[in-house]
Design a protein around this ligand. Structure first.
Ligand code: AG3
Length: 283
């Protein structure tokens, strides 16, 4: 009888997610975090960092399509894009489906995440060698600060970070959002993953308030991500001008995202709208 091995993410002190593992394919202690790749029975290959699910082969498309296509269609003409985090390559793959994008920077602090992507997740990392992708294995906070001093401004910044613990904490704060603001051109749009509305509502309030201190327009949108805590995820979008209601209805070969799903994703249930107004941020 095959041994019954389970991966368990302790999502909060009171909630776990369990996935049956057929085989652990790779584990290492990188300079920044513990990285594991496993073959799971239900979701195909799984990538975890410090015990937290980052992506699985079977449900990655919900997250990668929704974090990429929303800001890229809200911006009127995105040519220069940057991803902070996202070493697996999933966001870069989606960005490069937009023909008007000339360069997509990938700014990943941990080169080992990219190596794991290339080796174990060919469908995610497929575009990392695309000549329009520029890879920078450096600290995103510092990289973004330097971008603010450059003349060539970015159009869209996407923060595909881990949870706000350890090195990623700074990616959820006002100081970082200010350097994103300074690195963006006049129509600039920022999107960051902001965790689960069910399990981390305070984190959403904090991130939204920090964005609001820097950007004139801030929105929240939602999507399912089955293997993330509570299965329901939030993204915060901050803009210097462009508004989600005027997003371009482009056609893309996607599996979850469509222009109609995008419009619906900004419609907030009353309890979340209330949560945002309590934090002094409009819903
Ligand atoms: N980045 C967001 C992962 C957050 C998941 N949190 C958790 N499981 N506790 C994903 C990177 C994919 N490119």
């Amino acid at each position: 009888m095959a041994a019954d091995i389970w991966f368990t993410e302790r999502q909060t002190s009171d909630v776990t997610l369990g996935l049956r593992v057929r085989e652990v394919l790779w584990q290492e202690e990188t300079p920044y975090q513990h990285l594991m790749v496993a073959e799971t029975a239900a979701y195909g290959r799984l990538l975890t960092l410090d015990g937290a699910v980052q992506t699985t082969e079977r449900d990655e498309f919900f997250y990668h399509e929704m974090i990429a296509h929303v800001p890229l269609t809200v911006h009127p003409r995105p040519r220069r894009v940057a991803v902070v985090g996202g070493g697996d390559g999933g966001v870069i793959r989606e960005i490069l489906r937009h023909p008007e994008v000339g360069v997509a920077h990938l700014v990943e602090i941990d080169g080992r995440v990219m190596e794991a992507g290339r080796r174990f997740f060919p469908q995610l990392s497929a575009e990392l060698d695309n000549p329009r992708a520029e890879i920078h294995l450096v600290d995103g906070i510092q990289w973004m600060r330097e971008q603010g001093l450059q003349d060539a401004k970015l159009d869209v910044v996407i923060v595909d970070s881990t949870d706000p613990v350890g090195p990623a904490t700074g990616l959820f704060g006002e100081v970082f959002y200010r350097s994103v603001h300074d690195a963006l051109g006049p129509d600039g749009v920022l999107v960051a993953q902001t965790e689960s509305p069910m399990l981390q509502p305070h984190l959403i309030q904090q991130a939204q308030a920090a964005m609001r201190a820097v950007f004139p327009h801030v929105y929240l949108y939602l999507a399912p991500v089955p293997t993330y805590p509570s299965g329901w995820w939030s993204f915060s979008l901050a803009s210097k001008g462009p508004r989600p209601e005027n997003a371009r209805a482009v056609r893309l070969p996607t599996r979850y995202w469509t222009p109609a799903i995008q419009q619906a994703a900004f419609v907030l249930p009353p309890f979340l709208a209330r949560l945002l107004s309590q934090a002094g941020v409009a819903g």
